[in-house]
Write a protein that binds this ligand. Structure first.
Ligand code: NAD
Length: 450
């Protein structure tokens, strides 16, 4: 380990975790990106005559509370392995905190903190009554047996149950987690409290209080918003070509929805590589291939393509649906997509943003584009609290209404902020300004306790 990398490791709160120095650096990058975006939005709010009080800026820039847990898990061979997990509440002014749980080897406190902050802005932008949170464990779930995964999940849920509550903090799935894992979290919490508490976590299977449409919600929502962006850019959806990085929950359902809407998905990828077919990929068959092989690589009805190549394809819509910091200073000049629909959280580095805006790429920022998941999680929570369940059409139409309203609110905000120095097409800053303004206002109305 070189001196600098060692420094990064020792000074990181993730020191005891298995995260590599590279992961720690990536986490720091994500947190710095979140802060840079915040500062830009705060600056434009000030320029437009709506300054945030100095102390308020400091309050909104910081997380409310951060929990780090180091815990043992008994492996199938009888050995004991230590894991590190996190749960961060960024802000709880507008309601209980909401945010997913990520299982990935590169999870660090800094990454979780950035994701928690983005959740605060996302919930405020959608105007749903939540604050922002995120959690995660530094683990590669694919390396664990199902029993090990269950034991890890139940122990992590127990460790963070200090912070979880149906009225206080409600986790959900994210990268590397799924409905089964949410069911174990719900069961563990319920066992501790002595009665079944479905509303403590969302993204559960429907058999145990999950909602119709949650599995598909994020990807479906991405395409609902992308469809509006295509309309605004006068591109008929039937003629639109789409490339998607990441073929997990978000990427695969965005692909399927795109097909159902009549668009042509020409390329998709996962962490192993990608597949390209200019005539359009048969997504249901590709999903079947992915289910059997756990990768899109090797799909016979297309050519291999690398992740780097996929990002620079000449398509109408590029959907990054994997991890943070994929579009950077290095590859942004080569992006040829007309619309960037951010399925992932934080896929675009702030410096890349400037280049894309300059090039005229229509960026649908993450907190707007992938909010279908948290909206439907909100519906699941409401249904659980009322023990009264809705039909899927109702879920989807309510979700679409909220997403479209937010989309046009962001467009209007961008226009409204232009006279104060906002660059034309900087929808990210417009979205953040709208969201931050809402959280700031709620804070002032509540008052600073005591
Ligand atoms: P997932 O674990 O289901 O899928 C992730 C996909 O990304 C996999 O196909 C994986 O192979 C791929 N991937 C990982 N590293 C990659 C790389 N370097 N290059 C290309 N592909 C890579 O995760 P998900 O739930 O689909 O989440 C994807 C993104 O969407 C994340 O940024 C997440 O925070 C965000 N998001 C998820 C939800 C949700 O409801 N699941 C909601 C909002 C936002």
């Amino acid at each position: 380990m070189t001196g600098d990398r060692m420094e990064a490791r020792i000074h990181s709160p993730s020191y005891f975790s298995s995260a590599s120095p590279e992961a720690i650096q990536k986490g720091l990058q994500a947190w710095e990106a979140a802060l840079a975006q915040f500062d830009k939005a705060a600056h434009i709010l000030e320029a437009s005559g709506h300054p945030l009080k100095r102390g308020l800026i400091q309050f909104l820039r910081r997380p409310k509370r951060e929990l780090i847990v180091h815990f043992p898990v008994q492996m199938d061979d009888g050995s004991i392995r230590m894991f590190t997990g996190y749960r961060v509440h960024h802000n709880a002014v507008r309601g209980p905190t909401k945010g997913g749980i990520r299982y990935h080897p590169d999870v660090t406190l800094e990454e979780v903190r950035a994701l928690a902050m983005w959740m605060t802005w996302k919930c405020a932008l959608m105007n749903i009554p939540y604050g922002g949170a995120k959690g995660g464990v530094a683990v590669d779930p694919a390396q664990l047996s199902p029993r090990e995964l269950e034991r890890l999940t139940r122990r992590y849920a127990t460790e963070i149950s200090l912070l979880m509550h149906p009225g206080g903090d409600i986790p959900a799935p994210d990268v590397g987690t799924n409905p089964q894992i949410m069911a174990w979290i719900m069961d563990t919490y319920s066992m501790h409290t002595g009665f079944t508490q479905p509303a403590v976590v969302t993204g559960k299977p429907v058999e145990v209080g999950g909602t119709m449409g949650r599995v598909e919600a994020t990807g479906r929502g991405v395409m609902m918003v992308a469809a509006e962006a295509l309309k605004v850019n006068r591109i008929p959806i039937e003629q639109a070509t789409i490339a998607i990085q990441g073929f997990g929950n978000v990427g695969s359902h965005a692909a399927l929805t795109a097909c159902l809407m009549g668009a042509k998905v020409v390329a998709v990828s996962d962490f192993r590589g990608g597949v390209y077919n200019p005539k359009g990929l048969d997504i249901p068959r590709l999903m079947e291939h992915d289910r059997r092989n756990r990768t899109v690589v090797g799909f016979p009805e297309g050519e291999p393509i690398s992740n780097a190549e996929l990002l620079t394809l000449k398509v109408d819509v590029l959907i990054p649906a994997a991890l943070e910091n994929q579009i950077t200073l290095e590859n942004a000049p080569y992006i040829q997509a007309r619309i960037l629909a951010e399925g992932a959280n934080g896929p675009t580095a702030p410096e890349a943003d400037e280049i894309l805006i300059e090039k005229g790429v229509f960026i649908i920022p993450d907190i707007l584009c992938n909010a279908g998941g948290v909206i439907t999680s909100y519906f699941e929570w409401v249904q659980d609290l009322q023990s009264f369940f809705w039909a899927e059409e109702e879920i989807n139409s309510r979700m679409e209404r909220i997403l479209k309203r937010a989309f046009y609110e962001v467009l209007a905000k961008e226009e409204g902020l232009r006279p104060y120095g906002l660059r034309r097409g900087d929808y990210r800053t417009a979205a953040q300004a709208l969201a931050i303004g809402r959280v700031a206002q709620a804070t002032l109305i509540r008052g600073i306790y005591p």
